[in-house]
Write a protein that binds this ligand. Structure first.
Ligand SMILES: Cc1cc2nc3c(=O)[nH]c(=O)nc-3n(C[C@H](O)[C@H](O)[C@H](O)COP(=O)(O)O)c2cc1C
Length: 337
């Protein structure tokens, strides 16, 4: 078996949890492009689940499997209850967020600030594991604030792995909890892939997936060879058809749908969502703006779909309008007012 085949046969590629982006419509869309990647929900807090509309937060389309629910919280008993809910809804994995640096999350004492209290994370993961047979995984940074040396991270992994959690998704940059916005915290702290590679060396029995700044096929293949898997965030959202390249080149898949076939599937999906749930078309079209990224006509596609707020909520053929406009190169002309 050559090196490439070896990588491909075990390729574990996941699409990152992204608040406001990876909702069920986005995930359905990404799944049409890639049958093989694992999908994650946005982070859903225990508070939202235990005191809010559970079905609105947890409902997903069958086609989305394999799918992980990412939870935000720090109360072991609440996390266990939410894990039970995840079981009822049929999620394939439950993930604990220890990487989000937002103020809202810090005031709830979860997300990245949890990295400062590994014993607490151990309790949380143990409670979650006791509530499910499905894998419980952890997503974290390589450090937080002044807790950023390798020994700290190593200790954090060793402690939290005592829960039995054996899969860690590491965003390979530290987070600053004060002074940087969440967006800056995804850009300013330098990427340290070497730290994740070192973790794999030090804990060979654990699984480490690497995340942060992975955008190209060569980068993906390089990281797949050095780690147990990769997680892709912004690139998958902004340039979603890269998932077709992943299918073709990494999974050697046949029958990859064209951009147009995917667009047509999204019309049917939008119709079904409107008829079953009253979902306005704009809730769906906002996630597919990047489908033609880098292609001729991409601007027209994007511009037509961006008019979604001006059309009736059930105007799911807006997606067809965008295709027609691209084909005829007459932007705007077919949008029903
Ligand atoms: C809009 C947005 C929302 C995000 N929301 C979450 C989240 O809910 N949970 C989480 O663990 N990370 C979240 N992240 C971080 C991503 O999961 C990922 O770790 C980060 O974007 C780095 O990966 P990338 O460089 O491939 O984008 C978010 C990122 C973005 C851009």
């Amino acid at each position: 078996m050559d090196n490439k085949q070896e990588i491909n046969s075990k390729a574990d590629i996941r699409i990152a949890p992204m608040i406001d982006w990876t909702d069920r419509h986005c995930r359905y869309f990404l799944r049409q492009i890639s049958p093989n990647v694992m999908l994650y929900t946005e982070m859903i807090t225990c508070g939202a689940l235990l005191h809010g509309d559970i079905d609105r937060h947890l409902r997903f389309n069958d086609e989305e499997h394999p799918i992980a629910l990412q939870l935000g919280g720090s109360n072991p008993s609440d996390l266990a209850k939410c894990t039970e809910l995840a079981n009822q809804y049929g999620y394939d994995e439950i993930n604990l967020n220890c990487g989000c640096p937002s103020d809202r999350v810090q005031s709830g004492a979860f997300g990245a600030c949890l990295m400062k209290t590994p014993e607490k994370v151990l309790e949380c993961l143990s409670a979650m594991r006791s509530a499910t047979d499905k894998p419980v995984t952890l997503k974290c940074r390589i450090g937080v604030d002044e807790f950023d040396d390798y020994e700290f991270l190593k200790e954090f992994i060793a402690t939290t792995a005592e829960s039995g959690c054996d899969t860690f998704i590491i965003h390979a940059r530290k987070a600053w909890l004060k002074g940087l916005s969440p967006k800056q915290n995804r850009e300013i702290p330098p990427l340290r892939y070497d730290v994740v590679h070192q973790l794999k060396q030090d804990f060979p029995a654990l699984k480490f997936l690497i995340n942060g700044g992975i955008q190209t096929l060569p980068q993906m293949e390089e990281q797949l060879a050095l780690t147990d898997g990769i997680m892709i965030g912004r690139e998958a959202y902004q340039n979603p058809y890269i998932l077709a390249d992943i299918e073709r080149q990494i999974y050697s898949s046949a029958n990859i749908l064209s951009r147009e076939e995917i667009a047509l599937k999204m019309i049917d999906y939008a119709r079904g969502q409107y008829e079953n749930y009253g979902t306005p078309v704009k809730s769906i079209t906002r996630h597919i703006l990047g489908l033609y990224q880098g292609q001729k006509g991409a601007k027209i596609w994007r511009r037509t779909l961006s008019e979604a707020h001006k059309v009736a909520e059930d105007h799911f053929t807006l997606i067809q309008d965008a295709l027609d406009n691209m084909h005829s190169k007459k932007a705007q002309s077919c949008i029903a007012a």
